[in-house]
Design a protein around this ligand. Structure first.
Ligand SMILES: C[S@@+](CC[C@H](N)C(=O)[O-])C[C@H]1O[C@@H](n2cnc3c(N)ncnc32)[C@H](O)[C@@H]1O
Length: 452
């Protein structure tokens, strides 16, 4: 039977006046230390008001005098847990449950303590027992939802970790030319996470490289449906479906090179045997001697051309749209200026003229070159030289290598387009641009001259 003072305190609490209810119940427990209802109410209010330490201290003392009261122990367990004593909280809740195996408050305290001591699977099993006793208790339903979410989250986190490590392994295998193994590992990553956009686009890229564009398109389409902003998947999907754009989007180029800037020099020099910067410098200096004047290096990347030009020119300016590549170039300290820009936009805005313009391995991202050649012609000083490299095709005009997604140009297209842009005096030198997956990629170094 509740005392009138306790009823008053309960009414005050219901009316939202918790502080007044606390004052009334504090008096009550001081006057009647054996009134267990009052003690449970008072300690519950302390917890409600967030006075956890006060609740813990008071309950520890009170439950010594009332060791058989499961409600007090349940409150004590909550107070201990809130004070960071989770192990003690679990023991206290267990004692409360032993005393009163059906008490909902004891179950709540016990289950939360189990979760907070990282015993999620035990908590799940115990929660089933609690739900048999209290099938409609909202607190238990809430805990069930929480446990399911945690289980899903940790399963997703585990799948993420596994899929990411498989993708990294597959990328490494691709880079080392072990394409069969890489395909197997990409497929394992997809089995773990069918919607993983990087696994799908990685496998798509690999399938392109191994000459299976139709299959590649399917995986790239999944990657794109999950992440439409994935510019790399978008470009390769267009290539795989046989309708590439006339040049690669700046987003694609930026993503690609931002991602490989740190390893670029090593990868190109060591794995791909890339020597175009040296060859281009040789071809230019053979023609005009050791003074190339002021040079503009378009798509300068990490600055390999700037390094080769050192000692052969007055100054080199570089432009590139990858900030990460430019950072590597800056560290080489060979460039007078380095600009973060699309080369077309840069040429539109610049008023300066250069004696030499270079573009090494840049037009593999540009199919149609007429506009760009016109802008380069305007940026060249009279009698200036324009030296660049391309991958070569026997098709008419330009096309895209269906394996790599890079653009290739025919000699005739280059001759005609240079001529039309006022850069008619051109020479062509056959070369190997790089070795990829063991195959040499045929290319041309072109040096074109602007008339006086
Ligand atoms: C294969 S790398 C070559 C880098 C350097 N020329 C060399 O030979 O080491 C191609 C570079 O061209 C840049 N690039 C491609 N298209 C570009 C554009 N439209 N505007 C600016 N930079 C571009 C890329 O960001 C990348 O750094």
């Amino acid at each position: 039977m509740k005392s009138p003072a306790l009823k008053e305190a309960a009414t005050l609490w219901q009316q939202g006046n918790a502080e007044a209810a606390l004052a009334v119940s504090a008096e009550l427990v001081a006057e009647h230390p054996v009134d267990v209802d009052a003690a449970v109410f008072y300690s519950g209010l302390l917890l409600h008001l967030g006075r956890y330490e006060a609740a813990r201290d008071w309950l520890e003392e009170t439950s010594i005098q009332n060791p058989e009261n499961a409600s007090l122990l349940s409150n004590l367990s909550v107070a201990q847990r809130k004070c960071g004593q989770v192990v003690e909280a679990l023991e206290t809740a267990q004692r409360a449950l032993n005393l009163s195996p059906e008490l909902l408050a004891a179950w709540n305290a016990f289950l939360v303590a189990l979760i907070e001591t990282d015993q999620g699977s035990k908590a799940k099993a115990e929660l089933r027992k609690a739900l048999r006793l209290h099938p409609d208790a909202p607190s238990l339903k809430h805990l069930l939802l929480q446990l399911e979410k945690t289980a899903n989250d940790s399963a997703t986190a585990e799948a993420n970790i596994l899929a990411n490590s498989l993708i990294r392994e597959a990328q490494g295998l691709t880079a080392s030319g072990a394409l069969g193994k890489a395909e197997t590992v990409y497929r394992q990553a997809i089995a773990v996470q069918p919607d993983n956009t990087y696994a799908r686009s990685g496998l798509g890229e690999l399938l392109l490289l191994t000459g299976r564009p139709d299959e590649a398109a399917q995986h790239l389409a999944v990657a794109l449906s999950r992440l439409p902003s994935n510019a790399r998947a978008r470009h390769l999907f267009a290539v795989a479906s046989g309708s590439p754009p006339s040049f690669a989007s700046p987003e694609y180029v930026r993503d690609l090179f931002d991602g490989m800037a740190e390893t670029f020099d090593n990868h190109l020099r060591e794995s791909l045997a890339y020597r175009i910067p040296e060859e281009l410098t040789d071809r230019l200096t053979e023609l005009v001697g050791d003074d190339l004047g002021e040079v503009l290096d378009l798509g300068c990347g990490t600055g390999l051309v700037g390094e080769c030009l050192a000692g052969h020119c007055d100054a080199v300016d570089g432009v590139d749209l990858s900030a990460e590549m430019l950072m590597q170039a800056r560290a080489k300290r060979r460039y007078r200026r380095l600009c973060l820009s699309d080369i077309g936009r840069f040429l539109d805005e610049e008023k300066q003229l250069w004696q030499t313009v270079t573009a090494a391995d840049v037009f593999v991202y540009h199919g149609k070159l007429d506009e760009l050649f016109g802008k380069i012609q305007r940026a060249l000083a009279p009698k200036g030289l324009f030296g660049f490299s391309v991958e070569v095709t026997t098709a008419e005009g330009f096309d895209v290598d269906p394996k790599s997604g890079r653009y290739r140009h025919s000699r005739q297209y280059l001759q005609e387009t240079l001529q039309a842009a006022g850069l008619g005096d051109s020479r062509f030198f056959e070369t190997t641009i790089r070795h990829e997956s063991g195959r040499p990629i045929a290319g041309l170094i072109v040096v074109a001259g602007k008339h006086a």
